[in-house]
Design a protein around this ligand. Structure first.
Ligand code: PPS
Length: 571
């Protein structure tokens, strides 16, 4: 490995033990206390065991955590920007003592590793939020997840790896740091630039990577993250297919392709620095960083959470500490006169008649089944994209009606159901409040927790229906904004999500009082009735707002269908 860049800390960690030892440890461990790891913990475990997180040899102790949070270094002074810990609930922590060996299993119960506990400690999550994410605000999805979690204790300690975490997909592409380093050495590559994007790859990315490779005299390691990525990202199967398609159009022997099983934290600049260190462990000397790298809101259409370009500056500022050179993503534009891509900063005034296709425009074209020009993306990639993003009229869809009892949700839902059945294009399922409470949530009441659980169950079923190309029409009260948002994020991954606030005022609903429930609630016979003595959190950004005070259910349904037509969900 003489000519390759050294791993972070000088030595590549490999914590897997020989097979015979693994077999005997597996036998011994049947009496050990077990922990089933979460997806994030599993991805972290994989990269600790295979050296992707060198020099870490286990989950962090409190001293390591505090050093990383306060000073962005490990206790030995080595740069490390992101905490990597094994968080557990207080109840689990009560069962564990120091020096105890614990069996770590995946979600199906397969034994993967043993941790010898050297520290049981509590993270300061608010401080971590401020220091790592730059905010205590739960607008940041990782901060929200962290602060919301009931895992308030952590286990620190060294690991012994018994089995590699199981992946059933793309086995050939799952290179670990030993594999990539061996490949680079075999090829005689000493300068390697890691390249990743969460978006599908287009010609502009390819031209940018090739230009950067020429300018920096490097070979390219296409290394997309396939662990946990941005919410709303194209699923990794389609993303990998796009990478595979565009790889075929690169010059021979200049690029290699592997997958990185990393659970992103979306911590912007600090995360970008972490990605650079991980790529160093895989043998890379250079790392391409985009202006919005690891931003939780990148490509969501919302304003970026971190300043544009901050991630690039941060990685560049730490080049001495990491030994990895930052290469900035350069915006490329297509010049039809030259039939060629050029960096935007090299365009003359009169060349500014360049062609560009924004991510939003691309999504629009896919949604409406419109042409995508070959200068933008090679036909091989367009084919993959069209399969991954069928036009809206062929996607599944959830129509989520929310509003007070008596606002008209159920009747509108029934009209919509019939209209979709009449169209006959997609299977339709009605998830009305009453139906769900009878079949799916019969044990639940109307406490905040039960209401949340009810809505999340509806969301789960609707997401499965949507994923499989059907129409789910939901009509619960769904008074809690957080659970509605949960559903939106889940369902929008696999198809359309249309939230409709049936905003009929309380006075009107109460006057209708078809079930006599408002009268009972006013008389104190029903406690915690939405709108009377339990809150309804008004939707802030629904796709549609409909007040049925002076409107028939048919008219309301017609408004919804017109909206769906305008947005391309029905033809
Ligand atoms: S929730 O909050 O979204 O889980 O509610 P949902 O599943 O839609 O159930 C609402 C129906 O249950 C009846 N009901 C109550 N509603 C609100 N608050 C309380 N405390 C309550 N108790 C019973 C009521 O009939 C609702 O039906 P709709 O169809 O909305 O009128």
């Amino acid at each position: 490995m003489g000519h390759l860049i050294e791993p972070h800390g000088g030595k590549l960690v490999n914590l897997y033990c020989p097979q015979d030892l693994a077999d005997s440890l597996k036998k011994q461990s049947i009496n050990y206390f077990s922990i089933d790891l979460t997806p994030r913990q599993l991805f972290d475990l994989e990269l600790i065991l295979n050296g992707g997180f060198s020099p870490l040899q286990g989950f962090m102790t409190q001293a390591e955590y505090e050093s990383v949070v306060d000073k962005e270094v490990l206790p030995n002074g080595l740069c490390w920007p992101i905490p990597v810990y094994l968080d557990i609930s207080e109840e689990t922590a009560k069962n564990i003592s120091l020096e105890q060996p614990i069996a770590l299993r995946d979600m199906e119960g397969f034994l993967l590793a043993i941790i010898t506990v050297s520290d049981i400690w509590q993270p300061d999550k608010l401080k971590e939020a401020r220091q790592i994410y730059g905010t205590e605000s739960t607008i940041h999805p990782s901060v929200e997840e962290m602060l919301d979690s009931d895992k308030t204790y952590c286990l620190g300690g060294k690991l012994i790896g018994l089995e590699q975490p199981v992946h059933y997909d793309y086995k050939m592409l799952r290179l670990n740091p030993v594999d990539s380093r061996a490949f680079f050495q075999r090829m005689g590559w000493r300068r390697i630039m890691a390249f990743d994007t969460y978006k599908p790859l287009h010609s502009a990315h390819k031209e940018m990577a090739l230009l950067a490779a020429r300018q920096n005299k490097v070979n390219i390691f296409m290394h997309p993250i396939v662990g946990l990525t941005h919410p709303g990202d194209i699923d990794h199967y389609a993303r990998v297919r796009c990478f595979e398609a565009i790889m075929k159009t690169f010059p021979d022997d200049s690029v290699i392709f592997g997958l990185l099983p990393l659970a992103m934290r979306m911590a912007g600049p600090k995360e970008a620095l972490w990605h650079a260190i991980i790529r160093k462990n895989y043998g890379c000397t250079h790392f391409m960083v985009s202006a919005d790298h690891a931003d939780p809101f990148a490509s969501t259409g919302r304003d970026l959470f971190y300043a544009s370009g901050a991630a690039q500056e941060y990685v560049a500022k730490h080049e001495d500490a990491t030994g990895v050179k930052m290469v900035a993503f350069k915006k490329m534009v297509y010049l039809p006169n030259k039939v060629q891509y050029v960096p935007v900063d090299q365009c003359s005034e009169d060349e500014m008649q360049s062609l560009e296709l924004s991510a939003t425009e691309l999504r629009r074209r896919l949604a409406f089944n419109l042409d995508i020009p070959t200068w933008f993306s090679p036909p091989e990639v367009v084919k993959v994209l069209k399969k991954a993003y069928p036009p809206r009229c062929r996607q599944g869809l959830t129509i989520f009606l929310t509003g007070l009892s008596g606002s008209g949700k159920s009747t509108i839902a029934k009209v919509l159901m019939s209209r979709f059945m009449q169209m006959g294009d997609r299977p339709v399922t009605l998830l009305d409040g009453d139906i769900v409470r009878r079949n799916l949530s019969s044990e639940l009441g109307f406490s905040k927790r039960d209401r949340e659980l009810n809505i999340i169950r509806i969301g789960f079923v609707a997401s499965e229906i949507t994923k499989n190309g059907g129409v789910a029409i939901c009509a619960p009260i769904a008074a809690i904004a957080k659970s509605r948002l949960h559903n939106r994020l889940l369902i929008a991954k696999s198809g359309g999500y249309i939230e409709i606030h049936i905003a009929t005022p309380l006075e009107v609903c109460e006057k209708r009082d078809r079930k006599g429930l408002y009268a009972k609630a006013r008389a104190g016979m029903i406690k915690g009735f939405t709108g009377i003595d339990d809150p309804y959190e008004i939707p802030q950004n629904p796709e549609l707002v409909i007040d049925t005070s002076d409107m028939s259910p048919d008219e309301a349904a017609e408004d919804i269908l017109l909206y769906l037509k305008k947005e391309g969900y029905i033809t």
